[in-house]
Design a protein around this ligand. Structure first.
Ligand SMILES: Cc1cc2nc3c(=O)[nH]c(=O)nc-3n(C[C@H](O)[C@H](O)[C@H](O)COP(=O)(O)OP(=O)(O)OC[C@H]3O[C@@H](n4cnc5c(N)ncnc54)[C@H](O)[C@@H]3O)c2cc1C
Length: 304
């Protein structure tokens, strides 16, 4: 069986290889988006890497469509970035291939693929059986990357331009944060009384080498932080090794975005806050008393 992994970030290549390696399949990669800027790195994870230097969903759609037709890939896999959802659902429609999204794992069973996927804002899992050929989109950072295989061949593809034309680009207020890549995130919520007080969270994140993320009210309603820090069902899905949630109640809409965090620590002054049911470690404390002490202790330990 031939499997095509569509990588959008460089790290995806190793993760998609891990998913494909249990299938005893010939595995190739199509690298688009930021993955295409790292052709050498991506090519270590497949016997062949197609490089497509574009983020355009239309161009990715056309490239995948023609590769599936030419090479006969039975399974196309990727991760759930907005542009890939757009591109691969067009492939599904054009080639009449079923598509499963929000997947965590898959296995092939005869002429079908059995996919474990999340639903109800990631609060439940279901198993679905999808006939091959099929498309499966995993949740972002669904697994650890596999070890590289060595160097595969690299084939550069020319992106086919679509009928859409960019008429105007308006920059929105964003910081310089890439929460998807962060290993440590300090999440802030409405427990903070003012924008100025967030400096406590930034200080803690800086000491730990992490980033600051937030709940929806902090970005969307209060506008204390830019929207690229907003975590949750309508924001970003992140998968840090450590998530420290400070002054956050733990709504399902927020927690679905940190489902893949390895360890969750919650700091909340209300011992009945729902977040304590989902946290690995809980600190019942007023953040205004707890954070300064934690920061001071860390500074002493780190000598900074
Ligand atoms: C369609 C839809 C989509 C949504 N999408 C998202 C999303 O993507 N992401 C998201 O985050 N939300 C989302 N929401 C909003 C969500 O339902 C919650 O309202 C939101 O997550 C709550 O944010 P919060 O935890 O910061 O605030 P709150 O729920 O108000 O919690 C504040 C917490 O801080 C604690 N606290 C107060 N003072 C202190 C102190 N001094 N020290 C320590 N703790 C303190 C309180 O005990 C409380 O638990 C969505 C809602 C809808 C309807």
């Amino acid at each position: 069986m031939k499997v095509l992994g569509v990588a959008y970030e460089p790290r995806d290549a190793g993760e998609l290889l891990r998913a494909a390696s249990s299938l005893n399949a010939e595995f190739h990669i199509l690298a688009a988006g930021r993955a295409a800027e790292n052709a050498e790195e991506v090519s270590k994870y497949a016997s062949k890497a197609y490089i497509l230097k574009t983020k355009s969903p239309y161009s990715i759609f056309k490239a995948v469509e023609s590769l599936v037709k030419q090479e006969g890939y039975k399974l196309v896999i990727g991760e759930g970035y907005r542009n890939l959802r757009d591109a691969l659902s067009r492939v599904a429609g054009s080639l009449n291939m079923p598509m499963a999204t929000d997947a965590y794992s898959l296995e092939v069973s005869g002429e079908s693929v059995v996919v474990v996927r999340g639903f109800l804002s990631e609060r439940a899992r279901m198993k679905v059986e999808v006939p091959l050929p099929a498309i499966v989109l995993f949740t972002q950072r669904f697994t650890e990357p596999a070890e590289p295989l060595g160097h595969g061949s690299i084939v550069e593809l020319k992106p086919e331009e679509g009928p859409e034309r960019v008429v105007e680009v308006k920059p929105k207020a964003v910081g310089e944060v890439n929460l998807e890549e962060a290993e440590i995130i300090v999440g802030v919520g409405r427990g903070f009384r003012s924008k100025e007080d967030l400096k406590l969270a930034f200080e803690l994140a800086e000491l730990l080498g992490g980033q600051v993320g937030c709940t929806r009210p902090i970005a969307a309603d209060l506008k204390w932080l830019s929207e690229d820090r907003w975590i949750g069902i309508s924001g970003k899905r992140v998968s840090p090794k450590l998530y420290i949630a400070v002054g956050i109640s733990g709504s399902p809409q927020h927690m679905s975005g940190v489902q893949n965090a390895r360890i969750i620590v919650a700091v909340n002054k209300d011992k009945s806050a729902p977040i304590f049911k989902q946290a690995d470690y809980g600190v019942v404390a007023d953040l205004y008393q707890f954070l300064p002490v934690l920061i001071r202790k860390l500074r002493e330990k780190l000598g900074r």
